[in-house]
Ligand binder design. Sequence first.
Ligand code: FMN
Length: 379
Amino acid sequence: MLINVEDYRKRAEKRLPRSIFDLIDGGAEDEITLKRNRAGFEQISLVPRILANVEGRDQSVTVLGNRLEVPFLLAPTGGAKTCWPNGDVLAATGAHKCGTIFIVSTYTGSSLEEIAERAPGKKWFQLYIWRDRSLVKSLVDRAKAAGYEALVLTLDYPVPALRERDVRHSLVLPPKITFKNALESLLHPLWVKRLMFSPSMSMGTLAIAPGVSGKDLKSTSALIKKNIDPSVTWEDLKWFRSIWSGPLVLKGVLSPEDARQAASLGIDAIVVSNHGGRQLDAAISTIEILPEIVEAVNGKTEILMDGGIRRGSDIIKARALGAKAVLIGRPYLYGLAANGGPGVDAVLNILKTEVDRTMALLGISKLSDLNKSYFRYHK
Ligand SMILES: Cc1cc2nc3c(=O)[nH]c(=O)nc-3n(C[C@H](O)[C@H](O)[C@H](O)COP(=O)(O)O)c2cc1C
């Protein structure tokens, strides 16, 4: 029976070959941060009120001027294509049905144009600041032309982290059936069949970018490797402001000093994020640092957060500690891997229902009612 996000995780584990499940589920090195993200939520207790008339409940929020039906957005991930063919289009469609926004990663399987065309609703585009600035500018121009409403710059990726599960599997993308993984493939015939009967796995947005030599995953991966730029500084944000006039969001903020600087530069929103424990291992959990960031920013920029959200009550805790809304990454990928589009819909619906139930049990009718009196920390 699939009644919560963890059930979908377990179903995804069954449906995907081990190396693909680990690609999605795993974190960097010892996965300390991956675990901390979850543990951080467990250290917060909710303090409910009684006799609070919770009959008419409303979990909608406004993020960068957009009214969302639910207090969560779908995080950018490059993982959907490995879970299900057209996984990005299905996830974007699910986000729209749920009344929220899908953030399209630079690494999606379908191109940013195809996702905009095939999936209705508002979308934001995520990108990295790469060495080849003309390539970056071409992506920004394409996102603008396709109607993307905000740009999310991911800044916690100066170098790739070591995800040791992937190293141990000698993971190659697109996946190939080899002698080593033949048994895994035999055990997952439906996944293999979907892989074989769908267009070969690629990174749709990059495959049609100017100056890219080959459209296959190997060529685009080589392009990315060559372009990762560890020399990026705050100065580079000025250039972004000159090529993009819409809302700018910085993702990967963990330090209150960086948050304060982002706010002072007029950045529209920040995402308190450690990339779901996939970059710096031993990094602080996002829910732990969130209150310090809220204090540092002092209302000057909108604050989103992600990492480890698996329950509606986690979303309520993040809101209570000062985040406007949260992003969810792996949960919708588990939904996709378990059951394609309906799996995404089910996961989003579970989270929405859990938020609603938590609000009722906590004694609040709208999220703006939340304040410090509704929780305590315990160690
Ligand atoms: C498989 C996978 C791929 C990801 N790819 C990207 C990406 O392309 N760009 C990005 O900014 N973040 C990426 N992330 C990080 C997510 O945007 C988000 O920060 C993280 O998943 C949140 O943690 P959660 O998975 O515990 O919800 C990825 C995460 C996963 C699990």
